[in-house]
Structures are given as C-alpha cells and as structure tokens.
Design a protein. Structure first.
Length: 283
C-alpha cells in the first residue's frame, strides 16, 4: 500500500498542473465527522481539491460512529473520522483498505466562565468530569456515537461513572458538535468539544475552555478509504485514493497547519504528515 500511496503522491503534481483526471460517474462520497465541517476546514479544502483534480465531492456530515457504519455498508467512498480504536478494527477486518492520520488537535472540557464545578482546578480530564458530577452541574453530551462522544464515554469510565453520566444535570442532544455547543451555551452548561469547533463557536456561545492539557484529550483525525470490494461498481476508488493523497500533500498539510490563524491567531489543527507517511495500510 505504501507503494500505491507514494505513486499517488508523485502523480499529484501532474494533477495540480492540469493533467487529465480519469472520468468517473457521479461525485466522490465523503462521510465526515461534523467537527471537521463545523470548524470550517472543509469549506477551505474541498473547493481546492475540485479545482486541482476536477473531482466533485459530496459531503455527508455525521458522527464518527455513523460515518464508520456508512463505510462498513459500502455507502461512501472515503471517511474523515477521529476514533482510532474503532478505525483500526475496521482496517483489520478488511472493511477499510487504508487509515492515514493526517491532522490532530485536542478535546477540551468547556463551561461557563464562573466554573461552578471547579473544573479549572482539576488535575486531569477524568477529575474534571468527577467535579461536574459531584456539583450536579448541567452537562450537555452529543450522545450520537461520534468520536467526541466515544472519548466522553472513555473519560466517564476513567472517572468511575457510567456512559450516561448518572447525575441529574446530564443531558444528550443526539446531534453534532455545532448544535451541541449552542445548546451548552444557552444552558450555561459544561460540554466536551474538539478545540477547533469550540473556537469557531466561542464568541456566540459565551463559554470558556476549562480543562488542562492531558494525553487523554489528544484528538487524531484520519482519512480512511473503503475497500473497493465493499463499494462494487458504484464506488470511486481511484478518486478516493487521490483525495487521500491530496490531504497528505505537503502544500495541503501546510494549509491545514495555518487554518484558523487569520481568525483566531492560532491554528485549529496540527498536520501529521510524518505520522501519516508511516501509518499501516492494508492493500
């Protein structure tokens, strides 16, 4: 597979220079976690991909769990998700032929500036959740089996609690990151968010990032290609390969590393090209 990826990367400059792209019926179907969409990153990258390759991308923004199910069922060509353990399981099963980490940021526990539960004083994310529970504070969960929701459940387990919290102030939206942040803002509540989407919404919701840096809050995004055997004749395997190569291209990695600087004076994501280049694949 590394040979295939290297070849795709070598061919990409020719594509960028205007070389013809093999004609394919329909659009490349991309299932992506809502945080990538809600941060605004896709609005910057997808028009550039079409400009450089001529390939149109149809985006379906859902939670990571739903995106992985769509890939398992062969309903999309390529995925952008952030649930490493679940992704590796699908690669091992043959559902996915490639998993390439291409960027990361981190999760944060957010809440009202007055912080009634004292999350700022917590030494870890798990302790932060324990403090929220002990204070019976209002907490808004996505509750949608997304990558963020999966991480939340892991942190709750580490805090000695069940996946649904267990205190009276714990509520679920069943929706994406953007809507969940808006509800948290309206309720003056705590929530778990990726830092990129939180910064994109911070001014309108009036909440603050409260948690300290913690390895358990690392948030890795990968591009995943679905096995052509799952896709059948309706798939776009070569377009998916080109999209993967596009995200790993040095110029695009640099653009990802700069994204957010103009608006927030800090990047929303850190590119992972070196890690991506050595990631295991199954082809």
């Amino acid at each position: 597979m590394r040979k295939h990826l290297a070849l795709a990367l070598l061919l990409l400059p020719a594509l960028l220079a205007g070389a013809p792209v093999p004609a394919e019926k329909g659009a490349l179907l991309l299932a992506t976690t809502t945080s990538v969409r809600d941060s605004g990153l896709l609005d910057e990258l997808l028009p550039l991909f079409r400009e450089r390759t001529g390939i149109r991308v149809k985006t379906i923004a859902v939670g990571t769990g739903a995106a992985l199910r769509m890939g398992s069922e062969g309903n999309v060509d390529v995925l952008l998700t952030h649930a490493p353990e679940a992704e590796r399981e699908l690669v091992a099963s043959g559902v996915l032929v490639s998993r390439q980490p291409f960027m990361e940021n981190h999760f944060v526990i957010i809440g009202p500036p007055e912080d009634p539960a004292g999350v700022r004083a917590a030494a870890s994310a798990a302790e932060g959740f324990r403090r929220i529970a002990l204070a019976e504070a209002t907490y808004i969960s996505r509750g949608d089996d997304s990558g963020t929701h999966k991480r939340e459940r892991a942190l709750l387990r580490a805090a000695g609690m069940g996946p649904a919290g267990g205190w009276t102030g714990f509520h679920q939206t069943g929706s994406g990151m953007g809507l969940t942040l808006q509800v948290a803002g309206q309720r003056r509540a705590y929530a778990l968010s990726d830092i990129g989407t939180f910064l994109a919404y911070q001014q309108r919701i009036g909440l603050e990032a409260l948690s300290r840096p913690d390895p358990e809050l690392r948030n890795v995004y990968s591009v995943l290609r679905v096995s052509p055997a799952r896709l059948g004749d309706r798939g776009h395997a070569e377009a998916a390969r080109l999209f993967e190569a596009f995200l790993l291209d040095e110029d695009i990695q640099q653009r990802i590393g700069r994204f957010g600087m103009a608006r927030f004076e800090r990047p929303l994501f850190r590119p992972l090209f070196a890690e991506s280049a050595t990631a295991p694949t199954h082809e």
